[in-house]
Design a protein around this ligand. Structure first.
Ligand SMILES: Nc1ncnc2c1ncn2[C@@H]1O[C@H](COP(=O)(O)OP(=O)(O)OP(=O)(O)O)[C@@H](O)[C@H]1O
Length: 406
């Protein structure tokens, strides 16, 4: 098993002692006495690497990408996340040069890419299907693009050897794709994409063909590789866990627009809308009306009682607002909590989803609303105290969830 990395956005101690010098150079952001993070987007002096400036892409009358602006920084692992058809692949294809914006500019290192054909761009795109040549061996597959570019034979041999080592495929150099596992084929495709040493690697659902376990392992390999190479990776995925595991930042997209760009933990803990909250991970959303908003708190009147939540900002009394809280942040008890007049909701256990390490309790509130509470299975199944049809209390702290206004 690969060693678990620090969470994205916290690429710190391990990388900064040793090869991590590169990160010091690009992002000297101090966030405390011990920790420095890779966060060029917080550095006003950081230069954009890839830029979308008011880009619209239309196919006929259909708008696939809608007046979108975005900055990606050098050495970033950036994920485009969103439902099918939201425009992720179209954005990647505009970086690679397979599509041109209808309006607006895509820039690389400050230079507009308009008119630059794909083969002249320092980008390479790896597709989900891998598109390996079945009749060629692993090494000839990796060498293919280099040969086409007219690289001298000896250099090609060196580069292929380097790539085989990088993706740990040296023993398989003479095999053909059908003699490899799915994960090995994925690594050949990766080696082939990296062979020309592009500045930007574009990965379109790169792990879609792998089973879950291999996918998880490969995610870590890919992020380690990206860090070691110091390259910029842009990945398209509709798998939010994949984006969370690998990316420094995630752009959540909806209908050709970006709804939020932030680090995985910000996207998860501070979604800016119900759309993002709901798209990334499991969440309970409770609708209410603002009763009071002052002193860093909002009091919400909801059909399930009063919720008092931490909130920095101002919302007018009487406005609609939503309290969003992750299932793992909901306590579940059989006894009524002491402060049952607020942040406590009574219900009945309707269903229990057993996931092995944890169980998801679906709690019915009576008026058709169901909330979820995730409980770690620290005791064996037979010993667990809360079961189907039990009357229970869900409770939470004021800062356990987030108040959303849209
Ligand atoms: N060449 C094209 N002609 C017409 N419409 C297109 C073309 N390419 C993409 N589209 C449309 O643009 C929209 C965005 O497509 P895109 O492939 O970027 O979505 P996506 O977010 O990558 O989806 P998926 O996750 O399914 O790959 C879709 O509605 C798609 O049908």
């Amino acid at each position: 098993m690969p060693a678990r990395r620090p969470p994205p956005g916290c690429r710190c101690p391990r990388r900064l002692s040793g090869q991590g010098e590169v990160f010091k150079a690009v992002a000297n952001i101090d966030v405390g006495p011990v920790r420095r993070v890779f966060a060029p987007w917080l550095d006003p002096k950081a230069k954009p690497f890839i830029e979308f400036r008011n880009v619209t892409k239309k196919f006929g009358t259909f708008t696939a990408v809608d007046d979108l602006s975005l900055t990606i920084y050098e050495r970033e692992f950036f994920a485009l996340l969103g439902p099918s058809g939201c425009g992720k692949t179209t954005m990647m294809r505009m970086i690679a040069g397979f599509e041109d914006p209808t309006v607006g500019d895509v820039l690389l290192e400050g230079q507009p890419l308009a008119g630059v054909p794909p083969y002249r761009r320092p980008t390479n795109m790896m597709f989900q299907s891998y598109a390996l040549f079945p009749h060629m061996t692993v090494e000839t597959n990796i060498a293919f693009g280099l040969k086409q570019d007219g690289m001298p034979k000896a250099e090609i041999a060196d580069r292929v050897a380097e790539m085989l080592k990088l993706v740990k495929l040296e023993p398989f150099a003479k095999r053909k794709p059908h003699q490899l596992s799915g994960g090995q084929r994925q690594r050949v495709a990766l080696a082939r994409s990296l062979a020309k040493k592009p500045k930007v690697l574009l990965l379109d659902e790169p792990l879609g063909a792998l089973d879950r376990k291999l996918r998880e392992e490969t995610q870590f390999e890919l992020t380690d590789l990206q860090q070691d190479l110091g390259m910029t990776f842009v990945i398209v995925t509709h798998d939010q866990e994949e984006a969370m595991t690998m990316a420094d930042r995630i752009a959540v997209m909806d209908h050709g627009r970006i709804v939020q760009v932030a680090t995985p933990s910000e996207i998860y803990e501070q979604p800016n809308s119900r759309y993002v909250a709901d798209f990334v991970g499991d969440i309970n959303i409770i609708e209410g009306k603002v009763e009071r908003c002052a002193d860093g708190h909002v009091t919400l009147n909801t059909p399930h009682g009063t919720i008092e939540a931490a909130y920095e900002g101002d919302i007018a009394k009487g406005s609609d607002a939503w309290f969003a809280i992750r299932p793992e942040k909901m306590r579940l008890t059989l006894d009524e909590p002491a402060e049952a007049h607020r942040n406590c909701i009574a219900g009945e256990v309707w269903d229990i989803g057993y996931l092995g390490d944890m169980s998801i309790y679906h709690v019915h509130l009576g008026d058709g609303v169901t909330l979820k509470s995730a409980q770690a299975n620290t005791t064996r199944l037979l010993q667990r105290p809360i079961s189907w049809d039990d009357r229970v209390w869900l409770s939470f702290d004021a800062d356990a969830g987030i108040v959303l206004t849209r």
